[in-house]
Design a protein around this ligand. Structure first.
Ligand SMILES: NC(=O)c1ccc[n+]([C@@H]2O[C@H](COP(=O)([O-])OP(=O)(O)OC[C@H]3O[C@@H](n4cnc5c(N)ncnc54)[C@H](O)[C@@H]3O)[C@@H](O)[C@H]2O)c1
Length: 253
């Protein structure tokens, strides 16, 4: 057991995490499970979900369904079915993403739409279902996983950057529309978080050294660091916080 915070309000709370089988999403699944929340996740990667389940151990029940979030009816149905199985929905973390790099001049119409479908549309449609469940139960918390890329706009990923900036707008729009229903909506903007996917594809020793030169805190940001912030935004400890974005980047921006 770590010496980190405990949030009694999360015990038994139904929490749905999209793209929760690996990376930051998996760290969130583990963090919420440690708090005694009732966790569900959807992902396309069944093997990663099986590994996660094994790490969680026998004592933790993880609700998982293989869903491609670009299949909007399947995405919505999964949120509904999880809420039905868990007895409600207190928290939705819109975490799913695909940050595959893409050269702007080669992006086709089809590629552009596919990029926004996974990186932006899924958050809207999952939220649309979630708020209708949450408002009947008297409230809830939605956390949108944006990125500091929404502020910095790095090259070679225009669709991803556009979607991450769109999530900031979506956060504001939903926070205003559903505040009266006690539904809070916030976003998290991580810097470069050390996941297996980042290490396998882009986080070379040279790139990491360059990153460390740009930050105030020269320590790796781990998935769990981001999960800890998500716990706070999901718990009643942040009851009066909505319509905000939170940067966790070691001081890069
Ligand atoms: N890792 C970073 O450095 C970093 C930095 C800033 C923001 N973020 C954001 O944090 C969140 C999590 O990041 P991550 O690095 O863990 O992401 P990741 O790419 O490692 O994991 C995303 C998860 O989504 C799943 N997924 C992808 N496409 C899917 C689809 N169509 N349907 C269902 N599931 C699908 C993947 O299988 C994976 O489990 C994302 O929103 C990301 O944009 C990450």
């Amino acid at each position: 057991m770590s010496a980190l915070a405990r949030y009694p309000s999360l015990a038994g709370r139904p929490v749905m995490i999209t793209g929760g089988a690996s990376g930051i999403g998996a760290a969130m699944v583990e963090a919420f499970a440690e708090q005694g929340a009732c966790v569900g996740c959807i992902d396309i990667d069944e093997a990663a979900a099986a590994g996660l389940r094994e790490r969680l151990g026998d004592g933790v029940e993880l609700w998982f369904r293989r869903v491609d979030v670009t299949d909007v009816p399947a995405l919505k149905q999964a949120v509904v079915d999880f809420a039905e199985a868990a007895g409600g929905l207190g928290v939705l973390i819109n975490n799913v993403a695909n940050d595959t790099r893409h050269e702007p001049l080669q992006v086709t119409e089809e590629h552009w739409r596919a990029c926004l479908a996974v990186n932006l549309d899924a958050a809207f449609f999952a939220s649309q279902v979630a708020v209708s469940i949450m408002r009947e139960a008297g409230g809830g918390s939605i956390v949108n996983m944006s990125s500091i890329n929404a502020l910095l706009g790095p090259g070679q990923m225009p669709g991803y950057v556009t979607a991450k900036a769109g999530l900031l707008g979506l956060t504001k729009a939903l926070a205003c529309d559903f505040g009266a229903d006690s539904i809070r909506v916030n976003s998290i903007l991580p810097g470069w978080v050390v996941t297996d996917r980042q290490l396998d594809n882009w986080l070379t020793p040279e790139a990491e050294a360059e990153w460390m030169r740009q930050v105030a805190l020269d320590r790796r940001i781990l998935p769990r660091d981001v999960a800890n912030l998500a716990l706070f935004l999901a718990a009643d400890d942040s009851a009066l916080i909505t319509n905000q974005y939170f940067v966790i980047d070691g001081g890069r921006t």
